[in-house]
Ligand binder design. Sequence first.
Ligand code: IMP
Length: 193
Amino acid sequence: MQIVFATNNVHKIQEIQHILPSSIQLVTLKEGGINIEIPEPHDSLEANAREKSMTIYRLTGKDCFSEDTGLEVETLGGEPGVKSARYAGDQANAAENTRKLLEKLGNNTQRQAQFRTVISLILAGKEYQFEGICKGRIAFTPSGDNGFGYDPVFIPDGDIRTFGDMTMAEKKQFSHRRKATDQLVSFLQQQFK
Ligand code: IMP
């Protein structure tokens, strides 16, 4: 089957392409000739994921999915959470967001955090959601150039390295995005078996 992935984020496309079985063919927005900035106006990952998938469904009429991910730091009351992409300001890049996070945490030793991904699937016009969580902690300093976003400061439980120090295959073992995508895949396989 073919399914449109409602994102312009090349890192997310690479990671999800790495997870999907060959029976599910991902069509990116670029491949579908769709060139829009998808809005993320809401205060929850669930609502933003739905907004993104519904926007693309309304435009294309095709089965599609989106995902919204946030880094939730316990001692910061769940921040940056839904604001993860814009933590240090609307135009902030990953390095600036990460710097703000490390500044806010300072020398605090309570550094438990989790990545949470919500996938919103629109299949034949109906919405379904899937969640994936990866628990871990925030490092004191960034390490590694792999991955994207907050990867250089996130150490998943069960390892001592940051995601930034892991290959994509290694990150996949722990990844929030992989866990949510696994659920999406088994749901689709159930529907089309
Ligand atoms: P969004 O889901 O596109 O809104 O992304 C939210 C923010 O979280 C962005 O700043 C991303 O860089 C960051 N982010 C999302 N997924 C990951 C991940 O797997 N690792 C590190 N940062 C991520």
